[in-house]
Design a protein around this ligand. Structure first.
Ligand SMILES: C[S@@+](CC[C@H](N)C(=O)[O-])C[C@H]1O[C@@H](n2cnc3c(N)ncnc32)[C@H](O)[C@@H]1O
Length: 242
């Protein structure tokens, strides 16, 4: 594993562990972020256009998608069980609000099963860190976005090595202890949160990557109280580049 790639064997193991988090995912996520996660989700939602087709990459059990009001949404995840859990959860909430049905698609960021220029926005929450080839995945996101449209990504923050060390302590001891109690096993699946965080790059690493791939107006900002970063980048209108 490094800041760009996760090897095949590690990614397979990571996916098995992510699947095992499903029953306790939201509970532990809320505890791990001291409830801040819902603010970050709002933050992303406020950056999505009201009109047009939106893709969420790595939708997991539907924790973000269920709260997306209105909008035409497509949710993608490589784990069939995530999609199986997410679909009734998200679509029942949306039906109650009178929103359109979400399309759920199995696939990976690195090989998006969509035509080029087919989305008005792409978002990814707490999934980018798990992509096995982040550069390839962002290249695919750029391909499927319409010119002038943007990607919004949120993942745990790492400003530099020192901040990363405190992040590691937080995940290892605060999140790890709670996960051990909730899951009632020592070898709980949340250990992979710490493992992927150790190899995750800094805010600046992925600002650079987004720019190198061809996004323009790239921004990366650590959100208060320093636990998450939000990155944004836009696909240039044709004929325009950074
Ligand atoms: C922690 S969950 C995120 C759930 C949700 N987006 C949220 O807001 O809480 C991470 C998800 O990313 C997915 N994922 C992992 N690798 C991926 C890849 N290469 N492409 C797309 N999704 C991936 C996992 O299957 C998992 O469901």
């Amino acid at each position: 594993m490094d800041t760009e790639k996760i090897g095949e064997a590690d990614w397979g193991e990571l996916q098995r562990n992510l699947e095992a988090t499903i029953p306790v995912y939201d509970r532990i996520n809320r505890f791990a972020t001291l409830g801040q996660v819902s603010k970050w989700r709002k933050y992303v939602q406020n950056r999505l256009p009201e009109e047009g087709r939106i893709l969420e990459v790595g939708c997991g059990p539907g924790s973000f998608a269920e709260d997306v009001v209105g909008r035409e949404l497509v949710c993608l995840d490589p784990i069939p069980e995530m999609l199986r859990v997410a679909e009734p959860r998200v679509n029942s909430q949306r039906a109650a609000r009178g929103d359109s049905v979400v399309e759920f698609v199995e696939g990976t960021a690195e090989n998006l099963p969509f035509e080029e220029n087919s989305f008005d926005a792409v978002c990814s929450l707490f999934s980018f860190r798990d992509w096995f080839d982040k550069r390839a995945g962002l290249g695919e996101v750029l391909r499927v976005l319409k010119p002038g449209s943007s990607v919004v990504i949120v993942d745990p923050a790492k400003m530099n090595k020192l901040h990363g060390f405190f992040g590691w302590l937080w995940m290892r001891f605060w999140v790890g202890s709670y996960a051990r109690i909730v899951c009632n096993i020592n070898d709980h699946p949340w250990k992979w949160l710490t493992k992927t965080y150790v190899h995750f790059g800094t805010t600046k690493d992925y600002i650079r990557m987004l720019e190198e791939i061809g996004f323009v107006e790239v921004k990366g900002k650590v959100i208060f109280p320093g636990m998450a970063t939000i990155w944004e980048g836009t696909k240039a209108e044709s004929g325009r580049s950074s």
